[in-house]
Design a protein around this ligand. Structure first.
Ligand SMILES: [Mg+2]
Length: 269
């Protein structure tokens, strides 16, 4: 694992703005995301972390359980509008960009090449440059950013949030309405204008146990002590609108043995 200097410096930023660790919504994995509802609400692009979000860490293939959800996501947002941003594949440690090529091949989605790790502002700049270069450019507030790590994925997404312009700017309102955006979702964050931040809590392989426990503790602390009722209500609304029930794993059901079968087995043995 490379030394993530931007990640190490995050706690200093959290002293100023602890809300950076708070995701808009929390899901077990991407199967719980209602991509069509997100699209209807005005979201036009998505950024996904790779390790423990779409793949088992350090593997290049999609977790089989996510096949349908991943297909639906790419079909909903369109090719090119779903971008994978990883601190392994496509980063400076991916020598020769071999892993990025492999992930693009297996997941049928582009992998961002970026010189600096998440949650750096340099990485944010690369993401913005990618979405600005599309035939129909996508703005920060039209993005859904999904990842399994609070101090990298969530903090990076929340760093893309900017202060809301004053209500007198009719130009921006008109522009949003022209593009069909609903006014009560992405554009209605209590703390500004920015992407929808999604934290996935289910792990495909256990890793960084202590760091994850620390992240969870920080998040619970901020949720409890920092967020105001308006922010809590906003998150509840998003959770209600965009999150589907937890996927039920098909577990092998053991047939219940009747007394006749047990007696027959005993006589036979
Ligand atoms: Mg990850």
């Amino acid at each position: 694992m490379p030394l993530n200097v931007p990640g190490i410096l995050v706690p200093l930023h959290l002293l100023i703005n602890p809300r950076l660790v708070v995701p808009s919504i929390v899901v077990k994995d991407i199967r719980q995301l209602d991509f069509q509802a997100l699209y209807r609400a005005g979201y036009r692009g998505a950024v996904f972390d790779k390790d423990n979000c779409l793949t088992v860490p350090h593997e290049d293939r999609l977790v089989p359980e996510l096949t349908e959800a991943w297909k639906e996501c790419r079909e909903t947002f369109g090719p090119g509008n779903v971008l994978i941003v990883s601190n392994t594949a496509g980063s400076h440690i991916d020598v020769g960009e071999i892993e990025a090529e492999s992930v693009t091949y297996h997941l049928s989605a582009p992998v961002l090449r970026h010189p600096s790790l998440k949650p750096s502002y340099s990485c944010i700049k690369s993401i913005r440059a990618y979405f600005a270069s599309l035939p129909r450019p996508i703005r920060d507030e039209e993005l859904v950013i999904v990842g399994d790590r609070v101090l990298t994925d969530v903090v990076m997404a929340n760093r893309m949030t900017r202060r809301r312009p004053p209500p007198s700017t009719h130009m921006e309102k008109a522009s949003s309405e022209e593009k069909g955006l609903e006014s009560d979702l992405g554009l209605a964050r209590p703390d500004g204008v920015g992407p929808l931040t999604v934290l996935t809590e289910g792990l495909w392989k256990r890793d960084a146990f202590a760091l994850r426990a620390l992240e969870k503790g920080m998040l619970r602390g901020v949720e409890r002590w920092v967020l105001n009722p308006q922010e809590a209500a906003w998150r509840e609304n998003l959770q209600h609108r965009f999150v589907k029930p937890t996927p039920v794993e098909a577990e092998p059901v053991k047939a219940k043995e009747g007394w006749v079968r047990r007696l027959w087995d005993r006589l036979r043995n």
